[in-house]
Design a protein around this ligand. Structure first.
Ligand code: UGA
Length: 425
């Protein structure tokens, strides 16, 4: 099938590439010409395991194209995916400028029937609004079908998540486009959840807000466990064995970051309040997450009373392992607070290359700890789990080790005279 994917960000690139690998002819468009030029030269703008090789393979097969002419893509393809960014405004509402531009372009170039599939995360009601807006532009409703088809990809695992989803959520206004969607995903085996346009949008928010709730719940439990001297990982293991709870997203630490959870939980709060509903749980989830960094900072300052002039090493800058994405990274938020207190930051990340004059970034994790007063582990990259602790201790001036992701065996590091700081360990 001939598909136009509008927006080559994280979701668009993954979606377009996987669809081409499934055998479709895919045209990925973006108004950022430099990005398109780079993609045509084989340079992939994000780090996602396996993505670069898959792009390369499908470009060679001649079924994955990158272009900046949106009108060509719309005219040529009966299937259009909307995968543009939907950032959050200050008040929690969504900035729909990019979606608006896409609708304008579709309005100008539509000459045959289009199935328009929204993958961007949009607040409940947006797809209905897209439908209405196209009608107001004078386009007959028989010329298009709007489908809400949210994604549930995790960065770092996006290709596998798209090929093996636990469900395919499809929101429609009428039955007709469902067959098109089933043909598109014929090679993907997963149960379908068919609902309304707004229902599909709501599933996406409910899903991310629920996962964020699990994390904040465990972070709150960790605070309580700390006070009672109880190990939080024992609680997580026990809870995880209950099939009704499940073993995932029970990992306590610095809290959730990234381009999705913080933005989506905030947007759900906004959407609820628009309808005069006070979303108590959703608000509490954010409060716990927002205060989690201070908890670690307090523990650190209990030991290193004055951070001014102290050399603090930070391992991990991305918002989680296996990605170079630093959006709403807990690590960067923590670094910001440390800098405000006058600390000197020496950082290392396996992939992220920061060019911030306030932070010294090293290419070697051990170099980053030389002469430091404290080391903070902010992201659970696997290489931070098998460390030569003797070397670290010999290189450091101080002995404070802050484990922001609960990945270190505290008894093991105690053998090297580290003072271990975690929450509920
Ligand atoms: C999340 C969802 O997991 C995906 O299903 C969804 O498609 C995606 O958002 C999206 O809306 O596009 P992602 O942001 O890539 O995916 O990352 P997650 O693996 O969910 O992690 C989010 C944050 O939660 C990270 O900062 C991570 O460190 C933190 N986290 C995760 C914890 O603190 N504890 C846990 O137990 C799990």
């Amino acid at each position: 099938m001939k598909i136009c994917v509008i927006g080559t960000g994280y979701v668009g690139l993954t979606t377009g590439t996987v669809l081409s690998d499934l055998g479709h002819d895919v045209y990925c468009v973006d108004n950022d010409k430099t990005k398109i030029e780079k993609l045509n030269e084989g340079k992939v703008p994000i780090y996602e395991p396996g993505l670069s090789a898959l792009i390369d393979r499908n470009k060679k097969r001649g079924r994955l194209h990158f272009l900046s002419d949106i009108h060509y893509g719309i005219k040529e393809c009966p299937i259009i995916y909307i995968t543009v960014g939907t950032p959050t405004n200050e008040d929690g509402s969504q900035n729909l400028t990019a979606i608006n531009d896409v609708i304008d372009s579709i309005g100008q170039s539509i000459h045959s029937h289009k199935t328009i599939i929204t993958k961007s995360t949009v607040i409940p009601g947006t797809n209905e609004w897209i439908h209405q807006t196209l009608m107001e532009k004078g386009i007959d409703s028989n010329m298009f079908d709007i489908v809400s088809n949210p994604e549930f990809l995790r960065e770092g695992n996006a290709l596998a998540d798209m090929l093996n989803p636990d469900k395919i959520v499809v929101g429609v206004k009428r039955q007709k486009p469902i067959e098109t969607i089933k043909k598109l995903y014929a090679k993907i085996h997963a149960p379908y959840i068919i609902t309304s346009l707004t229902g599909a949008e709501m599933i996406k928010y409910a899903s991310n807000a629920f996962l964020a709730t699990k994390i904040s719940f465990m972070n709150e439990m960790a605070r309580i466990c700390d006070a009672y001297d109880v190990e939080i990982s024992h609680i997580a293991s026990a809870l995880g064995r209950d099939k009704r709870i499940g073993p995932y997203f029970l990992h306590a630490g610095l809290g959730y970051g990234g381009s999705c959870f913080p933005k989506d939980v905030r947007a759900l709060e906004y959407a609820a309040k628009q309808k005069d509903i006070i979303p108590e749980i959703v608000m509490a989830v954010q409060n716990v997450n927002d205060s989690q960094i201070n908890l670690y900072l307090e523990k650190l300052t209990n030991k290193l009373t004055n951070l001014n002039g102290k050399k603090i090493s930070v391992w991990g800058l991305a918002f989680k392992p296996e990605t170079d994405d630093t959006r709403e990274s807990r690590s960067l938020l923590l670094i910001k607070k440390l800098l405000e207190k006058g600390a000197e930051i020496h950082a290392f990340d396996p992939i992220v290359q920061l060019s911030d004059p306030a932070i010294t970034v090293y290419e070697d994790m051990y170099e980053a700890v030389k002469e430091s007063d404290a080391l903070i582990i902010a992201t659970e990259w696997s290489q931070f789990k098998s460390v030569d602790w003797k070397k670290v201790k010999d290189f450091m001036k101080g002995n404070i080790l802050v484990d922001g992701r609960n990945i270190i065996d505290r008894n093991h590091v105690a053998g090297y005279q580290f003072h271990y700081i975690g929450v509920a360990r």
